[in-house]
Design a protein around this ligand. Structure first.
Ligand code: ZN
Length: 316
């Protein structure tokens, strides 16, 4: 198709490696293929990186005209070096481990890394609930609370790619300890096991089911979690004045049971801007957002960030 190009996104998760091929058109994006395989993180970084490369090679066999690869990683990374810095949910020593380079060399295409929450946000911005937003805040609720900040239609990465870690803003000065080392972070208060505890269910997924079925304790638990999320989102609205706030991750399936308490809290706290202009909505792309966003990031960034020694090879 004239004027379009195809790009691969890989989402390195603790459980699965998901891949998606997106097609970029003049003013739109489209998902054209996808799949997944187990990460088997316990086998260590070498095996996992080899598996990433194999997924990429198999995707390229299906789509020979792929132009770029984006790789979403669950943690911190060095964008320029294409190395992992801190991937706490994967087994083994990942710090300093090259990830983009080995995949790029094996497939012969430029490859770049992106944090998985930023990938989620970029996907929602280009293909999902954030379409058309200029300034956007995204939260993805799961075993942690990932985040993304979009300014003027592009993801704000900060100087080292950690911009948008909205889950690590302090909500309670002396609150519970967080995995990041701080106390009282939004993540420490609203991650999946806190949602399960608030709703009196064995898991956050069960909390969603119970709340949707009308269980009074689960509905009250969602309201409590929404109240805490609303405080964090109110802070972000005051600072950034977004036109869109996108709430994703498994618990977003609770829909209005979670979004209404968030909106109530935001209305209580935000007095400096017209909230009619700020829509707070559920994400649209589900569990594939990470690989879609990684593909979009590759398309938008990889050509400019080609690793030394791979430039030109296989690129068109
Ligand atoms: Zn934290």
């Amino acid at each position: 198709m004239a004027g379009s190009s195809r790009h691969l996104g890989l989402d390195l998760g603790a459980t699965n490696i998901k891949w998606t091929v997106v097609e970029r058109h003049a003013d739109s994006w489209e998902t054209v293929d996808r799949g997944q395989m187990p990460t088997r993180s316990a086998e260590g970084p070498d095996a996992v990186i080899g598996r990433l490369a194999r997924v990429a090679i198999e995707a390229r066999a299906r789509w020979p005209d792929l132009e770029t690869v984006g790789i979403g990683v669950p943690g911190l990374y060095d964008a320029d070096a294409g190395t992992a810095r801190f991937l706490p949910n994967l087994a083994g020593e990942w710090s300093g481990r090259p990830v983009a380079g080995p995949v790029s060399e094996r497939i012969g295409l430029p490859a770049v890394l992106i944090n998985d929450a930023r990938a989620f946000g970029l996907a929602e911005l280009r293909l999902g609930a954030g379409r058309g937003a200029s300034t956007m805040v995204g939260l993805t609720l799961g075993s942690g609370v990932g985040g993304v900040v979009v300014v003027d239609g592009g993801v704000h990465f900060g100087h080292d790619g950690t911009g948008g870690e909205v889950g690590h803003q302090t909500i309670q000065a002396d609150g519970p300890p967080c995995t990041c080392g701080n106390r009282g972070c939004l993540e420490a208060l609203t991650k999946a096991d806190r949602i399960a505890a608030a709703c009196g269910t064995p898991s956050a997924a069960k909390a969603v089911d119970a709340a949707r079925a009308g269980d009074a304790r689960a509905v009250a638990g969602m309201r409590e979690i929404g109240h805490l999320l609303g405080i964090g989102i109110a802070n972000l609205i005051v600072v950034l004045t977004p036109d869109r706030v996108v709430v994703g991750g498994g618990v977003a399936a609770a829909g209005e049971l979670l979004l209404e308490p968030i909106r109530d809290e935001v209305r209580r706290r935000v007095k400096v801007t017209d909230l009619e202009q700020v829509s707070i909505v559920a994400a649209e792309l589900g569990t594939w957002a990470g690989s879609i966003g990684a593909a979009v990031h590759g398309a938008e960034r990889a050509a400019a960030a080609r690793p030394v020694g791979v430039a030109g090879e296989g690129a068109r």
